[in-house]
Design a protein around this ligand. Structure first.
Ligand code: THU
Length: 159
């Protein structure tokens, strides 16, 4: 099976300089959000930036806990923040990370739980979400759609 980061169908691999100004701004916001991360246990500081349907940017960073399983990822923190601002439709999300445990060429990609949460919002709002995944330092960017990252998703349930 092809590795997503190695250029699977539909996935683009670019450099930061190839991005259009809007995507560059989103990656910059994700990178800046890493500075607010609370990650004393893993040392992996993750930042996420959502582009809302109306063009705003909502950021979040990971918040760890001594009970490790209570940690909340950057992407879900950003979704919670956007939801509190009344927004659930996201046209793009950028993810960045910093930390000595990451390799320089390692693509930082949303975990399965975050993909599921992003899928819920995409489905209920009928929005296609692009996912911009960066290497530490954000020099290289991998772009895919949420559908590519989470094929055959669960839900949402009927209301
Ligand atoms: N993390 C995120 O914030 N987002 C992801 O999609 C993957 C993992 C965080 C959780 C934890 O604080 C640290 O990265 C190491 O797993």
């Amino acid at each position: 099976m092809a590795d997503l980061a190695d250029g699977a169908d539909g996935v683009e691999r670019l450099t930061y300089d190839d991005l259009d100004p809007g995507d560059r701004e989103l990656v910059d916001a994700a990178r800046e959000a890493c500075a607010t991360s609370y990650a004393p246990y893993s040392g992996v500081h993750v930042g996420a930036a959502l582009r809302t349907r109306d063009g705003r940017i909502m950021t979040g960073s990971n918040v760890e806990n001594a009970a490790y399983g209570s940690t909340i990822c950057a992407e879900r923190m950003a979704v919670g923040r956007a939801n509190a601002e009344g927004e659930r439709a996201f046209t793009a999300v950028a993810v960045a990370a910093q930390g000595e445990r990451l390799q320089g060429d390692q693509v930082v990609s949303p975990c399965g739980s975050c993909r599921q949460v992003l899928h819920e919002m995409a489905a209920v709002t009928g929005t296609r979400t692009r996912v911009l995944m960066t290497t530490p330092g954000t020099a290289r960017i991998t772009i895919g759609s949420l559908e590519e990252l989470l094929p055959l998703p669960f839900g949402p349930l009927s209301r």
